[in-house]
Write a protein that binds this ligand. Structure first.
Ligand code: ZN
Ligand code: ZN
Length: 252
């Protein structure tokens, strides 16, 4: 099948023959987002209106800090605080204590009670411009992946012989496949995806086992085989993140 602009990143990711093509895609999106936000966008007032609205999550603040544009970060924080402090003021002014039930009033109760104030803070906690940037593109790539699986035989074969997916993205793939594939397609593709997943989770286990066995003095001189980086790959294969990555920095 002829490569189209939107299929290139998917093929690129699959061709890495990595533990999971979606981990690769997500990392690329994250780096693109950091380059965009801290490259030049932060200087545009219109763009800062958007980041003032969303803010960033814990993970992405950390990555933004490590990226290396202190002034860019400070400018975004400055206008964000300006808006946030006004909102906080409003929230604090309108706060009134929650009416607790008898059970909630008991000292032994482990229940916590939310209020408009805590709801507002929780919403701030999980809102993030970079997360929504990634999610938007991720959805498109996931749909393209399923499209290629159905329409591109060469792609289908590649997936069959790939290293599969991490558990995190396998969950997401299955979720999307439920909606995007009809019953007949599910009958055809799900067993193949399950088989790839099973085979490669076993491979991962074998790699980790050999890593452990290598510490036995009797295996001191034995070959590492494919186990040398089994720990980071074994962790990635579960949670969908490149554990051993160095922080992504400006001009990388
Ligand atoms: Zn993954
Ligand atoms: Zn985020």
């Amino acid at each position: 099948m002829k490569e189209k602009l939107y299929t290139i990143p998917i093929n690129d990711a699959v061709n890495q023959n990595d533990e999971c093509p979606f981990c690769f895609i997500e990392r690329k999106l994250e780096h693109d987002a950091l380059d965009f936000v801290l490259g030049s966008a932060y200087m545009e007032p219109d763009f800062r209106d958007i980041t003032d609205e969303h803010g960033f999550c814990k993970n992405h603040y950390k990555e933004m800090f490590q990226y290396g544009n202190a002034l860019g970060n400070a400018l975004m924080l400055k206008t964000y605080y300006l808006k946030l402090n006004k909102e906080l003021d409003k929230q604090l002014k309108s706060y009134s204590p929650a009416k607790l039930s008898f059970k909630q009033k008991l000292k032994s109760s482990k229940e916590t009670v939310s209020s408009p104030l805590t709801d507002w803070i929780k919403a701030k906690d999980c809102d993030c411009y970079i997360c929504s940037y990634i999610n938007e593109y991720y959805e498109q790539y996931m749909n393209t992946f399923l499209y290629l699986l159905k329409n591109d035989n060469e792609f289908f074969e590649k997936i069959k012989n790939s290293k599969g997916f991490c558990l995190h993205h396998f969950g997401s793939l299955t979720e999307h496949a439920e909606v995007k594939l009809n019953d007949k397609e599910k009958e055809k593709y799900m067993p193949v995806l399950f088989d790839v997943m099973k085979k490669n989770m076993q491979r991962m286990f074998d790699d980790i086992s050999w890593f452990v066995d290598k510490f036995d003095y009797r295996n001191k001189d034995a070959d590492w085989k494919t186990s040398k980086d089994a720990v980071q790959r074994g962790m990635q294969k579960l949670v969908g993140s490149y554990i051993a990555d160095e922080p992504y920095k400006k001009n990388q």
